[in-house]
Design a protein around this ligand. Structure first.
Ligand code: NDP
Length: 263
Protein backbone atom coordinates (compact mmCIF):
# COMPACT_ATOMS: atom_id res chain seq x y z
CA UNK A 1 0.00 0.00 0.00
CA UNK A 2 1.27 3.47 -0.86
CA UNK A 3 0.76 5.77 2.14
CA UNK A 4 1.47 8.81 -0.05
CA UNK A 5 3.58 10.52 2.62
CA UNK A 6 6.60 11.29 0.41
CA UNK A 7 7.35 15.02 0.70
CA UNK A 8 4.48 15.68 3.14
CA UNK A 9 5.01 17.73 6.29
CA UNK A 10 4.13 16.26 9.68
CA UNK A 11 4.29 17.59 13.24
CA UNK A 12 4.68 15.13 16.12
CA UNK A 13 4.42 16.71 19.59
CA UNK A 14 6.55 14.88 22.15
CA UNK A 15 8.60 13.37 19.34
CA UNK A 16 11.68 12.77 21.45
CA UNK A 17 10.77 9.53 23.21
CA UNK A 18 8.67 6.37 23.11
CA UNK A 19 5.64 6.36 20.84
CA UNK A 20 6.31 9.86 19.50
CA UNK A 21 9.89 9.07 18.49
CA UNK A 22 8.90 5.74 16.91
CA UNK A 23 6.27 7.62 14.89
CA UNK A 24 8.79 10.24 13.78
CA UNK A 25 11.12 7.50 12.53
CA UNK A 26 8.24 5.82 10.67
CA UNK A 27 7.17 9.10 9.01
CA UNK A 28 10.78 9.79 7.97
CA UNK A 29 11.05 6.26 6.53
CA UNK A 30 8.00 7.12 4.39
CA UNK A 31 9.75 10.22 3.02
CA UNK A 32 7.96 12.88 5.09
CA UNK A 33 9.47 16.04 6.60
CA UNK A 34 8.92 15.96 10.36
CA UNK A 35 8.88 18.68 13.03
CA UNK A 36 9.12 17.61 16.67
CA UNK A 37 8.96 19.28 20.05
CA UNK A 38 9.57 18.47 23.70
CA UNK A 39 10.47 20.35 26.89
CA UNK A 40 13.90 18.82 27.54
CA UNK A 41 16.25 20.79 25.30
CA UNK A 42 19.22 18.42 25.68
CA UNK A 43 17.22 15.35 24.70
CA UNK A 44 15.65 17.28 21.82
CA UNK A 45 19.09 18.18 20.46
CA UNK A 46 20.37 14.61 20.86
CA UNK A 47 17.36 13.12 19.08
CA UNK A 48 17.39 15.76 16.33
CA UNK A 49 21.08 15.05 15.63
CA UNK A 50 20.43 11.31 15.47
CA UNK A 51 17.46 11.76 13.10
CA UNK A 52 19.36 14.25 10.92
CA UNK A 53 22.29 11.81 10.62
CA UNK A 54 19.94 9.01 9.54
CA UNK A 55 17.61 10.97 7.24
CA UNK A 56 19.25 14.32 6.37
CA UNK A 57 19.27 17.61 8.29
CA UNK A 58 16.72 19.18 5.93
CA UNK A 59 14.08 16.56 6.82
CA UNK A 60 13.84 17.37 10.54
CA UNK A 61 12.95 20.46 12.55
CA UNK A 62 13.26 20.30 16.36
CA UNK A 63 11.97 23.07 18.64
CA UNK A 64 11.78 23.27 22.41
CA UNK A 65 8.12 23.74 23.27
CA UNK A 66 5.79 22.91 26.15
CA UNK A 67 2.46 22.08 24.52
CA UNK A 68 0.55 23.54 27.48
CA UNK A 69 1.95 27.01 26.74
CA UNK A 70 -0.01 28.92 24.08
CA UNK A 71 2.93 31.24 23.45
CA UNK A 72 5.44 28.41 22.97
CA UNK A 73 3.06 26.49 20.70
CA UNK A 74 2.52 29.63 18.60
CA UNK A 75 6.30 30.04 18.20
CA UNK A 76 6.63 26.35 17.24
CA UNK A 77 3.86 26.70 14.64
CA UNK A 78 5.48 29.81 13.16
CA UNK A 79 8.79 27.93 12.89
CA UNK A 80 7.12 25.06 11.04
CA UNK A 81 5.39 27.51 8.68
CA UNK A 82 8.70 29.28 7.98
CA UNK A 83 10.40 25.89 7.44
CA UNK A 84 7.89 24.21 5.12
CA UNK A 85 5.18 26.79 4.33
CA UNK A 86 2.42 24.38 5.34
CA UNK A 87 1.43 21.25 7.21
CA UNK A 88 -0.27 18.00 6.19
CA UNK A 89 -0.61 16.13 9.48
CA UNK A 90 -0.53 16.95 13.18
CA UNK A 91 0.07 14.14 15.69
CA UNK A 92 -0.79 15.26 19.23
CA UNK A 93 1.18 12.75 21.27
CA UNK A 94 2.92 14.75 24.03
CA UNK A 95 1.98 13.91 27.59
CA UNK A 96 1.97 11.33 30.33
CA UNK A 97 -0.49 9.69 32.71
CA UNK A 98 -1.00 10.55 36.39
CA UNK A 99 -1.29 7.77 38.96
CA UNK A 100 -3.70 8.89 41.71
CA UNK A 101 -7.02 7.91 43.29
CA UNK A 102 -9.85 10.35 44.04
CA UNK A 103 -8.62 10.52 47.64
CA UNK A 104 -5.05 11.34 46.66
CA UNK A 105 -5.85 13.85 43.88
CA UNK A 106 -5.79 17.46 45.02
CA UNK A 107 -7.67 20.25 43.22
CA UNK A 108 -4.33 21.46 41.87
CA UNK A 109 -3.64 17.93 40.50
CA UNK A 110 -7.06 17.88 38.80
CA UNK A 111 -6.40 21.26 37.21
CA UNK A 112 -2.90 20.26 36.08
CA UNK A 113 -4.16 17.01 34.54
CA UNK A 114 -7.10 18.64 32.74
CA UNK A 115 -4.72 21.32 31.52
CA UNK A 116 -2.26 18.77 30.16
CA UNK A 117 -4.79 16.45 28.53
CA UNK A 118 -7.06 19.11 27.01
CA UNK A 119 -4.65 21.89 26.16
CA UNK A 120 -2.04 19.51 24.67
CA UNK A 121 -4.78 18.98 22.05
CA UNK A 122 -6.46 22.40 21.93
CA UNK A 123 -3.37 24.61 21.66
CA UNK A 124 -1.56 22.74 18.84
CA UNK A 125 -4.83 22.30 16.94
CA UNK A 126 -5.60 26.02 17.19
CA UNK A 127 -2.07 27.04 16.19
CA UNK A 128 -1.64 24.59 13.29
CA UNK A 129 -5.19 24.60 11.93
CA UNK A 130 -4.66 27.50 9.47
CA UNK A 131 -1.74 25.59 7.94
CA UNK A 132 -3.66 22.30 7.84
CA UNK A 133 -6.58 24.00 6.11
CA UNK A 134 -4.35 24.72 3.13
CA UNK A 135 -3.43 21.03 2.70
CA UNK A 136 -5.52 18.79 0.43
CA UNK A 137 -4.79 15.81 2.71
CA UNK A 138 -4.95 17.35 6.20
CA UNK A 139 -5.19 15.06 9.22
CA UNK A 140 -5.03 15.26 13.00
CA UNK A 141 -4.24 12.19 15.09
CA UNK A 142 -4.75 12.41 18.86
CA UNK A 143 -2.89 9.83 20.94
CA UNK A 144 -5.32 8.77 23.67
CA UNK A 145 -5.84 5.89 26.07
CA UNK A 146 -8.20 3.01 26.69
CA UNK A 147 -8.70 4.70 30.07
CA UNK A 148 -11.09 7.02 28.24
CA UNK A 149 -13.78 4.32 28.22
CA UNK A 150 -12.27 1.71 30.57
CA UNK A 151 -11.29 3.86 33.56
CA UNK A 152 -8.94 2.70 36.31
CA UNK A 153 -9.61 3.94 39.87
CA UNK A 154 -5.87 4.37 40.46
CA UNK A 155 -5.71 6.81 37.51
CA UNK A 156 -8.91 8.66 38.21
CA UNK A 157 -8.18 12.09 36.79
CA UNK A 158 -6.26 10.81 33.76
CA UNK A 159 -9.20 8.52 32.94
CA UNK A 160 -11.76 11.33 33.20
CA UNK A 161 -9.64 13.70 31.14
CA UNK A 162 -9.03 11.02 28.49
CA UNK A 163 -12.81 10.50 28.16
CA UNK A 164 -13.21 14.22 27.51
CA UNK A 165 -10.53 14.15 24.82
CA UNK A 166 -12.37 11.33 22.97
CA UNK A 167 -15.51 13.43 23.05
CA UNK A 168 -13.68 16.57 21.90
CA UNK A 169 -12.08 14.81 18.94
CA UNK A 170 -15.45 13.46 17.81
CA UNK A 171 -16.82 17.02 17.79
CA UNK A 172 -13.81 18.32 15.86
CA UNK A 173 -14.11 15.55 13.26
CA UNK A 174 -17.52 16.99 12.39
CA UNK A 175 -16.64 20.68 12.70
CA UNK A 176 -13.46 20.32 10.60
CA UNK A 177 -14.96 18.05 7.89
CA UNK A 178 -14.38 17.77 5.02
CA UNK A 179 -11.12 19.74 5.20
CA UNK A 180 -9.29 18.05 8.08
CA UNK A 181 -9.71 14.43 9.17
CA UNK A 182 -9.61 13.90 12.95
CA UNK A 183 -9.00 10.50 14.52
CA UNK A 184 -7.79 9.05 17.79
CA UNK A 185 -5.49 6.19 18.71
CA UNK A 186 -6.67 4.45 21.85
CA UNK A 187 -3.80 2.76 23.63
CA UNK A 188 -3.58 -0.09 26.08
CA UNK A 189 -0.21 -0.65 27.76
CA UNK A 190 2.76 0.21 25.57
CA UNK A 191 6.39 -0.41 26.50
CA UNK A 192 7.81 3.09 26.32
CA UNK A 193 8.90 6.05 28.41
CA UNK A 194 6.24 5.98 31.08
CA UNK A 195 6.47 2.23 31.73
CA UNK A 196 10.29 2.44 31.62
CA UNK A 197 10.06 5.00 34.44
CA UNK A 198 7.73 2.74 36.45
CA UNK A 199 10.10 -0.22 35.90
CA UNK A 200 13.03 1.91 37.10
CA UNK A 201 11.05 2.76 40.26
CA UNK A 202 9.99 -0.88 40.95
CA UNK A 203 9.91 -1.76 44.65
CA UNK A 204 12.15 -4.81 44.18
CA UNK A 205 15.22 -3.86 42.10
CA UNK A 206 16.27 -7.54 41.82
CA UNK A 207 13.37 -8.19 39.38
CA UNK A 208 14.74 -8.04 35.81
CA UNK A 209 13.08 -6.18 32.97
CA UNK A 210 11.63 -9.20 31.10
CA UNK A 211 10.13 -10.66 34.28
CA UNK A 212 8.70 -7.31 35.38
CA UNK A 213 7.01 -6.67 32.03
CA UNK A 214 5.75 -10.28 31.74
CA UNK A 215 4.24 -10.05 35.24
CA UNK A 216 2.64 -6.73 34.33
CA UNK A 217 1.05 -8.20 31.17
CA UNK A 218 -0.25 -11.15 33.18
CA UNK A 219 -1.67 -8.97 35.96
CA UNK A 220 -3.46 -6.78 33.40
CA UNK A 221 -4.87 -9.85 31.55
CA UNK A 222 -3.57 -8.73 28.17
CA UNK A 223 -4.73 -11.43 25.72
CA UNK A 224 -1.57 -11.16 23.58
CA UNK A 225 0.49 -11.82 26.72
CA UNK A 226 2.75 -8.80 26.42
CA UNK A 227 2.81 -5.02 26.29
CA UNK A 228 2.77 -3.32 22.90
CA UNK A 229 5.88 -1.84 21.30
CA UNK A 230 6.13 1.84 20.40
CA UNK A 231 6.75 0.81 16.77
CA UNK A 232 3.43 -1.08 16.72
CA UNK A 233 1.60 2.09 17.74
CA UNK A 234 3.62 4.18 15.29
CA UNK A 235 2.37 2.14 12.33
CA UNK A 236 -1.25 2.85 13.33
CA UNK A 237 -0.51 6.57 13.81
CA UNK A 238 1.22 6.84 10.45
CA UNK A 239 -1.69 5.14 8.68
CA UNK A 240 -4.33 7.42 10.21
CA UNK A 241 -2.21 10.50 9.47
CA UNK A 242 -1.62 9.48 5.86
CA UNK A 243 -3.71 10.10 2.73
CA UNK A 244 -4.20 6.31 2.62
CA UNK A 245 -6.80 6.80 5.38
CA UNK A 246 -8.68 9.35 3.25
CA UNK A 247 -12.20 8.19 4.24
CA UNK A 248 -11.42 7.64 7.92
CA UNK A 249 -12.50 10.46 10.23
CA UNK A 250 -14.13 10.59 13.65
CA UNK A 251 -12.74 7.10 14.28
CA UNK A 252 -10.82 5.53 17.15
CA UNK A 253 -8.26 2.87 16.44
CA UNK A 254 -7.54 0.70 19.46
CA UNK A 255 -3.97 -0.57 19.81
CA UNK A 256 -4.14 -2.58 22.97
CA UNK A 257 -3.30 -6.24 22.37
CA UNK A 258 -7.00 -6.98 22.86
CA UNK A 259 -7.19 -5.82 26.49
CA UNK A 260 -10.35 -3.78 25.90
CA UNK A 261 -13.55 -5.34 27.22
CA UNK A 262 -15.70 -3.49 24.68
CA UNK A 263 -17.01 -5.06 21.49
P1 NDP B 1 7.24 9.03 26.79
O1 NDP B 1 7.41 9.48 28.19
O2 NDP B 1 8.17 8.00 26.24
O3 NDP B 1 7.26 10.29 25.81
C1 NDP B 1 6.50 11.42 26.09
C2 NDP B 1 6.93 12.54 25.13
O4 NDP B 1 6.09 13.68 25.36
C3 NDP B 1 8.37 12.99 25.35
O5 NDP B 1 8.91 13.37 24.11
C4 NDP B 1 8.20 14.20 26.26
O6 NDP B 1 9.31 15.06 26.13
C5 NDP B 1 6.93 14.80 25.66
N1 NDP B 1 6.16 15.67 26.54
C6 NDP B 1 5.58 15.35 27.72
N2 NDP B 1 4.94 16.43 28.21
C7 NDP B 1 5.13 17.44 27.31
C8 NDP B 1 4.73 18.79 27.27
N3 NDP B 1 3.99 19.35 28.24
N4 NDP B 1 5.10 19.53 26.18
C9 NDP B 1 5.84 18.98 25.19
N5 NDP B 1 6.25 17.71 25.19
C10 NDP B 1 5.91 16.95 26.25
O7 NDP B 1 5.72 8.54 26.72
P2 NDP B 1 4.97 7.48 25.82
O8 NDP B 1 5.62 7.33 24.49
O9 NDP B 1 4.70 6.30 26.64
O10 NDP B 1 3.54 8.22 25.65
C11 NDP B 1 3.17 8.98 24.51
C12 NDP B 1 1.72 9.38 24.68
O11 NDP B 1 0.90 8.22 24.79
C13 NDP B 1 1.46 10.20 25.97
O12 NDP B 1 0.50 11.19 25.72
C14 NDP B 1 0.94 9.15 26.93
O13 NDP B 1 0.17 9.68 27.98
C15 NDP B 1 0.11 8.31 25.96
N6 NDP B 1 -0.18 6.96 26.47
C16 NDP B 1 0.85 6.06 26.68
C17 NDP B 1 0.57 4.79 27.14
C18 NDP B 1 1.64 3.78 27.40
O14 NDP B 1 1.32 2.68 27.88
N7 NDP B 1 2.90 4.07 27.09
C19 NDP B 1 -0.82 4.37 27.43
C20 NDP B 1 -1.80 5.37 27.16
C21 NDP B 1 -1.49 6.63 26.69
P3 NDP B 1 9.76 16.06 27.34
O15 NDP B 1 9.63 15.28 28.61
O16 NDP B 1 11.14 16.46 26.99
O17 NDP B 1 8.78 17.19 27.29
Amino acid sequence: MNLDLEGRTVVVTGGTSGIGLASVRAFLDEGAFVAICGRDGDRLERVAAELAAAHGADRVLAKRCDVTSADEVAVFAAAVDAWRGGLDALVNNAGQGRVSTFASTSDADWRAELDLKFFSQILPIRAFRPMLEKSPVAAIVAVNSLLSYQPEPHMVCTSAARAGVQNLMKSLSVEFAPTIRVNTIVLGLIESGQWDRRFAARPDPSVDRDTWFADLARSKHIPTGRLGKAEEVARAIVFLASPAASYVTGASLEVSGGVSRFA
